[in-house]
Design a protein around this ligand. Structure first.
Ligand code: 13P
Length: 248
């Protein structure tokens, strides 16, 4: 059985004090113990958030990392640095990083391998643009992103990974993919993983949907067979909404 995983991607939001208020608001509620909960916070807030997550079952994620463990890479953060803080997950290849910061399938692949080497679980993001979807290219595009990201990655490591299907046209637009489309694409990603590895890996890997997920859409999405969770931006910034998402 795959454990459902709901992750909040705060993106470039929340100062340290704002983060602490948000976590405090979340902690006041009873959260579904059968759902894995993750908050992906800015680098500057990781240490402080880690402290206040102590004693809860909420996991901590970074939103990016470099693939080298140290060196002359001004402004970058290494997996070793994240590991020492106690980061569990790292979002890798988010479309905003691909779009604004020249992240490529090659750098995504290096980051995935590096994260796994340091026991940080990657949440790999893939997804097509509106134009690609209108041209019927969503499967081709997503398959290529998945296969390039997983090049040279061992079967045993893939099982612990999470893949988030986030169609770019649905991110921050209020336009969610229909639950059937989201389910279809998550199933397609699972099939792609199965073809590269084996049935066991295909059945173990967790696949999330992301893109304008809100408290009123989560239940329907989570009722779908291929959808194991959600990667949520905007709605994860409001404690009450994040709690509703987790307690779908
Ligand atoms: P929104 O939920 O704000 O659309 O963001 C989705 C996303 O990009 C999560 O990584």
């Amino acid at each position: 059985m795959r454990v459902p995983i709901i992750a909040g991607n705060w993106k470039m939001n929340n100062t340290i004090s704002e983060s602490l208020r948000l976590i405090d608001g979340i902690k006041k509620n009873k959260l579904n113990e059968e759902v894995e909960k993750v908050v992906a916070v800015p680098f500057t807030n990781l240490s402080e958030v880690k402290k206040v997550l102590e004693g809860t079952d909420i996991k901590l994620a970074a939103q990016n990392m470099h693939w080298e463990n140290k060196g002359a890479y001004t402004g970058e953060v290494s997996p070793l640095m994240l590991k020492e803080i106690g980061v569990d997950y790292c979002i890798i290849g988010h479309s905003e990083r691909r779009q604004y910061f020249n992240e490529t399938d090659e750098s995504v692949n290096k980051k995935i391998k590096s994260a796994l080497k340091y026991n940080i679980k990657p949440i790999l993001c893939v997804g097509e643009t509106l134009e690609e979807r209108e041209n019927g290219e969503e499967e081709t595009v997503v398959k290529e992103q998945v296969l390039k990201a997983l090049e040279g990655v061992d079967k045993d490591d893939v099982k612990d990974m999470v893949i988030a299907y986030e169609p770019i046209w649905a991110i921050g637009t209020g336009k969610t993919a229909s639950s059937d489309d989201a389910n279809h694409m998550c199933g397609f990603i699972r099939k792609t993983v199965g073809e590269k590895y084996d049935k066991d890996t295909k059945l173990s890997i967790r696949i999330q949907y992301g893109g304008s997920v809100k408290p009123n859409t989560i239940k329907e999405l989570m009722s779908k067979k291929e959808i194991d969770g959600a990667l949520v931006g905007g709605a994860s910034l409001v404690a009450e909404d994040f709690v509703k998402l987790v307690n779908f």
